[in-house]
Design a binder for this molecule. Structure first.
Ligand code: F6P
Length: 322
């Protein structure tokens, strides 16, 4: 029987820990006697035949590196039936009988389609946003939050020195998890997230005014990217409270940097699990975390799940930021 071959790719926005997942896929695959190909720049690599066979040493010295050594992309050509078929045909030419896809839910849709064309795929949630409904954790989230926390701690030094209000935008287009956790960790006076409707007067201004009464002089407001309008919010605060306000948009700094221990370990576990599934001939799955354990779901079922925002934690944040 010919040697089984699998491929691994990273797709969508990069996230710290993707390299740890790639490393785990390669090493688990090779330890099970498989050939492992690394596909460059997401699904584009399957269209452009940009792949390379990886060996144990190809993934040395990457577990601690941010970004993705396989590069990443969002592919328009792949997002067509003809693109998916072309990618599947290339996998067959290469003898690849399974693909591990590391990315967010857009990447999962691509994996579902490739599975539909006869190439079983297993997905690993890799995105800093923690916005994958089926998994309580996504690779990259911990590193991003810690980066955001360190940045806001620095911002607080200057906000305090000037008795200012700092409005800080953190990443998260549709998901307020980075804002929520970072906001708690930095003691933000208010946290605004896309999942919860807000009223600037009630949720920001009155909190600032009340806290001013009890002696607080500088304020941190953390706003998720999906809420936006940070400049308007800062101007409104300054006009309504008289407190000089400044805006910082943290941006892509949150996507980079050496992954934390948590991201390295979760990525390693998920990478290992993905290969085990493919080895057992199981495809069309998403590896996920549930109650701290690694589990897996059907991709379509995973894509249909609804994310649940941690309202309890949000309420705690508001109770203690006084
Ligand atoms: O990785 C997710 C994310 O960071 C979002 O929070 C953000 O909106 C988006 O990616 C930006 O991605 P890019 O700049 O690569 O288009």
């Amino acid at each position: 029987m010919s040697q089984k071959a699998i491929a691994v790719l990273t797709s969508g926005g990069d996230a710290p820990g993707m390299n740890a997942a790639v490393r785990a896929v390669v090493r688990t695959g090779i330890s099970k006697g498989m050939k492992v190909y690394g596909v460059k720049r997401g699904y584009n690599g399957l269209l452009n035949r940009d792949v390379e066979e990886l060996n144990l040493r190809s993934v040395s010295n990457i577990i601690q590196r941010g970004g993705t050594v396989l590069y990443t992309a969002r592919s328009e050509e792949y997002n067509t039936p003809a693109g998916v078929k072309k990618a599947a045909d290339y996998c067959r030419d290469l003898g690849v009988s399974g693909v591990v896809v590391i990315g967010g839910d857009g990447s999962f849709r691509g994996a579902r389609d490739l599975t539909g064309e006869g190439i079983p795929c297993v997905c690993i949630p890799g995105t800093i946003d923690n916005d994958i409904a089926c998994s309580e954790y996504t690779v990259g989230f911990d590193t991003a939050m810690n980066t955001a926390m360190e940045m806001v701690d620095k911002i607080r030094d200057t906000a305090q020195s000037h008795d200012r209000c700092s409005v800080v935008e953190v990443m998260g287009r549709r998901c307020g998890d980075i804002a929520l956790q970072t906001g708690i960790a930095v003691g933000a006076a208010s946290i605004l997230v896309p999942e919860i409707e807000y009223d600037l007067e009630k949720d920001v201004i009155s909190r600032i005014l009340e806290n001013q009464q009890n002696g607080k002089k500088h304020f941190i407001i953390v706003v998720a990217e999906g809420v936006g309008k940070v400049n308007e919010i800062a101007t409104y605060i300054q006009n309504r409270t008289g407190i000089e306000s400044r805006v910082t948009i943290l941006g892509h700094v949150q996507r980079g940097g050496s992954p934390t221990l948590r991201d390295r370990v979760v990525a390693s576990e998920m990478g290992h699990k993905a290969v085990e599934l493919l080895q057992n001939g199981i495809g069309n799955r998403v590896v996920a975390m549930k109650n701290g354990k690694i589990v897996d779901y059907d991709i379509t079922e995973a894509l249909n799940m609804k994310r649940v925002f941690d309202k309890n934690l949000y309420d705690i944040a508001h109770t203690i930021s006084i």
